[in-house]
Ligand binder design. Structure first.
Ligand code: XUL
Ligand code: CO
Length: 441
């Protein structure tokens, strides 16, 4: 039985279309540079926000109206799989992502939970065989259940560490079984509330031990997908260990894990860390760490993880600029770790939300491609740093100088001439590119 009987296949109708259930900019077959939009953007649906989420918030219960909610337990899990594949097909998205608890109910013990997972994983595998949909990544939820109250791999309780390891072991087996292209570790409760009762050194060492065992197990079972850490600075703990891209990089290097992991950068996590989305993408990219993206946006007036669907064209443009400069994300992708607002509780809203997200990234892609082709930002940047191309600047970047020589040089300077950074002009140029792309029929 259809979960979305009123919805037909979502198609590209172009910028003039007034059909809300059509793409205005995302045209999967359209080439941007040498690849199609579908190949570059690699959109993914997040199972938890789209099929499991009930839209409750700390002040109110769930509002979501979902046709599958008339079922319970394993029947509910199966109805969700059926709905999910109908949704992927109608939306035309080729990837999805899930946590273990999103797809199957937890049993009364770990063995029972794993049995439930096996039933649903084999059902998902059958659906995948009959469709072009692939698993971008899976992960396990080691944060919701009360046993994870003090963390998982960073818990003070060794039994919890063991339980968390068993769940990740199963998660990696599922990744292998469903041929996931990546596997994600988001810190969940890997962090602390206060140092007053925390052994930070032991917790960090244990976290690294946990990751090392995960790498070893992935190799043991022949899982070849990319392992990803997802930085987030806070929520649910006051201080998450995987704070941002830079702290993840320091952690990975310190524990000699840098060759085994890349990062899954999430827009709302970037802004929670006091960074822009593009800052985190750039930092990851220039260190060879940009693996995948959780595409969403925060609310500028709210200080928490609101996980809104992306609609800010300026942000998607700057994000796609980094992604194109990275040579794309493959085997990663753009996963909509985003939820409809509590007031958008009808099933149709799930489609409308993904449409705005996909169209926003399609616009961002087209503008970013043009900015790169025309060397707009590269041109500005090249000019701005030209002092390093010869003379003293060249000596600095080539390591051919020292403090003695620099002092001698500085003493001989009669004036230092700086030039305007022309930021307002650059912003005007970006607006011009954006408006031209959006207006193009
Ligand atoms: C939490 C978050 C997670 C991860 C996967 O803020 O982003 O959904 O993406 O565990
Ligand atoms: Co995320």
């Amino acid at each position: 039985m259809s979960s979305f009987p009123n919805i037909k296949k979502i198609r590209y109708e172009g910028p003039e279309s007034s059909n809300p259930f059509a793409f205005k900019h995302y045209n999967p077959e359209e080439k941007v540079g040498s690849q199609t939009m579908e190949e570059i953007l690699r959109f993914s649906v997040a199972y938890w926000h789209t099929f499991t989420e009930d839209l409750s918030d700390p002040f109110g219960s769930g509002t979501a109206l979902r046709p599958w909610d008339r079922y319970q337990g394993l029947d509910l899990a199966k109805a969700r799989v059926e709905a999910a594949f109908e949704f992927f097909e109608k939306l035309g998205v080729r990837y999805f992502c899930f946590h273990d608890v999103d797809i199957a109910p937890e049993g009364s013990n770990l063995r029972e939970t794993n049995q439930n997972l096996d039933i649903i994983v084999s059902m998902i595998k059958d659906y995948m065989k009959d469709s072009k949909v692939k698993l971008l990544w899976n992960t396990v939820n080691n944060f919701t259940h009360p046993r994870f109250v003090h963390g998982a791999a960073s818990s003070n309780q060794a039994d919890v560490f063991a339980y968390a390891a068993a769940k990740v072991k199963k998660g990696l087996e599922i990744a292998k079984e469903l041929e996931a292209e990546n596997y994600v570790f988001w810190g969940g409760r890997e962090g602390y509330e206060t140092l007053l009762n925390t052994d930070m050194k032991l917790e960090l060492d244990n976290l690294a031990r946990f990751f090392r065992m995960a790498v070893d197990y992935a190799k043991e079972i022949g899982f070849e997908g990319q392992l990803l850490l997802e930085p987030k600075p806070k929520e649910p703990t006051t201080h998450q260990y995987d704070f941002d891209a830079a702290s993840c990089y320091a952690f990975l290097q310190h524990y000699d894990l840098q060759d085994d992991f890349k990062l899954n950068i999430e827009a709302n996590h970037a802004t929670l860390a006091g960074h822009t989305f593009e800052h985190e993408l750039r930092y990851a990219r220039i260190h060879g760490l940009l693996g995948s993206v959780d595409a969403n946006q925060g609310h500028p007036l709210l200080g928490w993880d609101t996980d809104e669907f992306p609609s800010d064209l300026y942000a998607t443009t700057l994000a796609m600029y980094e992604i194109l400069k990275n040579g794309g994300l493959k085997p990663g992708g753009l996963n909509f770790d985003a939820k409809v607002r509590r007031g958008s509780f009808e099933p149709d809203d799930l489609f409308l939300a993904h449409i705005v997200g996909m169209d926003s990234f399609a616009v961002g892609l087209k503008v970013a491609q043009k900015l790169i082709e025309d060397q707009v930002l590269d041109g500005w940047i090249e000019k701005r740093y030209e002092s390093y191309r010869d003379g003293i600047g060249k000596a600095i970047v080539e390591g051919k100088t020292d403090f003695h020589k620099l002092e001698e040089y500085a003493l001989g300077l009669s004036e230092i001439r700086n030039e305007s950074g022309r930021l307002e002009q650059i912003k005007a140029t970006i607006n011009q590119y954006l408006l031209n792309v959006v207006a193009r029929k």
